[in-house]
Design a binder for this molecule. Structure first.
Ligand code: E4P
Length: 214
């Protein structure tokens, strides 16, 4: 499973990318708004840091508007993936993008049927939102298992991005379920590096080493 970073904060992206474990970035309008900066400028800066797919979301609600935005976003950098919402208009735009060779990430997926439709429309990626399903008492990781099974049954090329990841267990469960990618917040990435026995082990090794210096 590849790891993408789910943020529009360039400092977090720089720090995470320097660890050598991040293969791409996903953003959404809420994450961009948090930065309070020009959208295209942020996307351009992310593309200058990360050599991998960078999802940037269209905000139009009609297919024609989405396609226009998609063409503009794709022109920013070859690594741009256009995020489109899982709606009938979003599906039309996804199809149109795939016919033009523009990569897409169909977002706000909450059911396996939605994922199947997006794949059939030619989506490069689908983003099922694990955490938001858990938030309403549904089984977010169960959805990842369902989509993996369906895509495997029919050899669909669309890649599954496990999204709305809230904690390291979601990342682990996504990997076990067979998601191709998990997109994770910076905080969760740092949590994944940690184990109390690692810290305790380093302390013990250093303490033992220090006895040699006396
Ligand atoms: C994914 O592409 C989305 O941007 C993101 O994972 C949504 O996460 P949230 O539910 O924490 O907002």
């Amino acid at each position: 499973m590849l790891l993408f970073l789910d943020t529009a904060n360039v400092d977090e992206i720089r720090a995470a990318y320097s660890l050598g474990v991040i293969s791409g970035v996903t953003t959404n309008p809420s994450l961009i708004a948090k930065e309070g900066r020009d959208f295209a400028e942020v996307v351009r800066e992310i593309a200058s840091i990360v050599d991998g797919p960078i999802s940037a979301e269209a905000i139009s609600l009609d297919a024609e508007g989405m396609l226009k935005e998609a063409v503009e976003l794709a022109a920013i950098h070859t690594n741009i993936v256009v995020k489109l919402p899982m709606t009938p208009e979003g599906l039309k735009a996804t199809k149109a993008c795939s016919q033009r060779g523009i990569k897409t990430n169909v977002t706000l997926i909450f059911s396996a049927n939605q994922a199947l439709l997006a794949a059939r429309a030619g989506a490069t990626y689908v983003s099922p939102f694990v955490g938001r399903l858990d938030d309403i008492g549904h089984d977010g990781i169960g959805l990842i298992y369902e989509i993996v099974e369906i895509f495997d049954n029919y050899d669909l090329d669309t890649q599954i991005i496990s999204a709305s990841i809230r904690h390291p267990l979601h990342a682990l469960q996504s990997a076990k379920a067979g998601a191709h990618i998990a997109t994770i917040p910076y905080k969760v990435l740092l949590q994944m590096t940690k184990h109390p026995l690692t810290d305790k082990g380093i302390d013990a090794f250093l303490a033992d080493w220090a006895t040699l210096q006396k």
